[in-house]
Ligand binder design. Structure first.
Ligand code: HEM
Length: 294
């Protein structure tokens, strides 16, 4: 049993969520704001991630943490927003989430500007807004811990996790104009029963990302949730790993860096942000920032 992990990482996705991203105010000294944050964040209703710019501003270094790359080896340029601080607020009551996010923003206001707020939710039994079940092939139990949680690096690092976050915006009109066979082929699974298609095309998303087909195997703990704002919507892709290696291996294949085949997802959806964060471990119910000498 690992009790030094922010519990929201390993738990199933909640009914509702809010994602807050912050940038550092120019010239600010964030240590005080981070201490206030430690008093607020329990790792369960608030999962916290620190970006590389923040770790540097605190005078620290987390090996393996870097800025989200814009290129993964093909001509496709992906957006990198690389925020300084990220909160994943988890709950089941929209009012409570609003008040929690106001508290979190107030606690950090001396050093951070709130850049974006994304409202996320569970759709049906856990489907993407295209109707496909998302998360089926996620590792579970010990395999989930093994994929997502740093172990064997000593106190302060063990129990932490690296998270990749991308907001994807769906073009629903484009998606709905595709015949259902083409829709199923783009994912590589059947929408009606979530069965994997035999003979799915190489461009299908699950062929691109089949975790066991990489060497070494590239398992990720995906905790993505649909988002909406007015009539716009998509997926807030969130993947935890013991490093960013598995995520980068997956994305390389998705953009066609290995064989020139682009993931069919790109026909109807695009990322508009991209950030990497380090999610610190916990000790006695509090965020453990000893890796940053705090
Ligand atoms: C809008 C963006 C995306 C959508 C709608 C989407 C949707 C899906 C769906 C429906 C599945 C099949 C069911 C499942 O196993 O979960 C799946 C599988 C998967 N996706 Fe995505 N995904 C998106 C982006 C990404 C990205 C950016 C990555 C990684 C860089 C990724 C990695 C994976 C992996 C590893 C699997 C499981 C593959 C396997 O081992 O079978 N996905 N995704």
């Amino acid at each position: 049993m690992m009790n030094n992990v922010q519990p929201g990482i390993l738990a199933p996705v909640p009914k509702l969520a809010r994602y807050l991203s912050f940038s550092l105010k120019a010239g600010s000294r964030p240590a005080r704001a981070i201490r206030l944050l430690v008093g607020l964040a329990n790792g369960e209703s608030i999962v916290v991630g620190l970006g590389q710019s923040l770790v540097h501003a605190l005078g620290g270094n987390i090996s393996g943490l870097r800025v989200f790359p814009t290129q993964f080896g093909s001509g496709l340029i992906l957006p990198s927003s690389s925020s300084a601080l990220w909160f994943w607020l988890r709950g089941d009551d929209r009012g409570e989430l609003l008040h929690l996010s106001r508290k979190a923003a107030a606690a950090t206001a001396s050093a951070f500007d709130l850049e974006s707020v994304i409202d996320g939710f569970k759709h049906d039994t856990g489907r993407d807004l295209t109707g496909y079940v998302d998360g089926t092939e996620n590792p579970k139990g010990n395999k989930a811990r093994h994929a997502a949680i740093v172990q064997g690096y000593g106190a302060g690092l063990d129990g932490s996790s690296f998270v990749a976050v991308q907001q994807w915006v769906h073009d629903f009109e484009r998606f709905e104009s595709m015949p259902s066979k083409e829709q199923d082929n783009s994912i590589g699974r059947r929408k009606s029963d979530d069965k994997e298609l035999t003979g799915a095309p190489r461009s299908s998303h699950v062929k691109r990302t089949a975790q066991e087909s990489f060497s070494p195997e590239a398992f990720l703990l995906r905790r993505s949730m649909p988002w909406s704002d007015g009539n716009a919507g998509g997926l807030n892709f969130v993947a935890f790993g013991k490093s960013f290696d598995a995520f980068e291996a997956q994305l390389k294949r998705m953009v066609g860096a290995e064989d020139g085949v682009t993931d069919a997802l790109f026909k109807f959806t695009r990322p508009v942000t991209g950030s990497y964060f380090w999610c610190p471990p916990m000790t006695k119910g509090r965020l453990d920032l000893r890796a940053l000498s705090m």
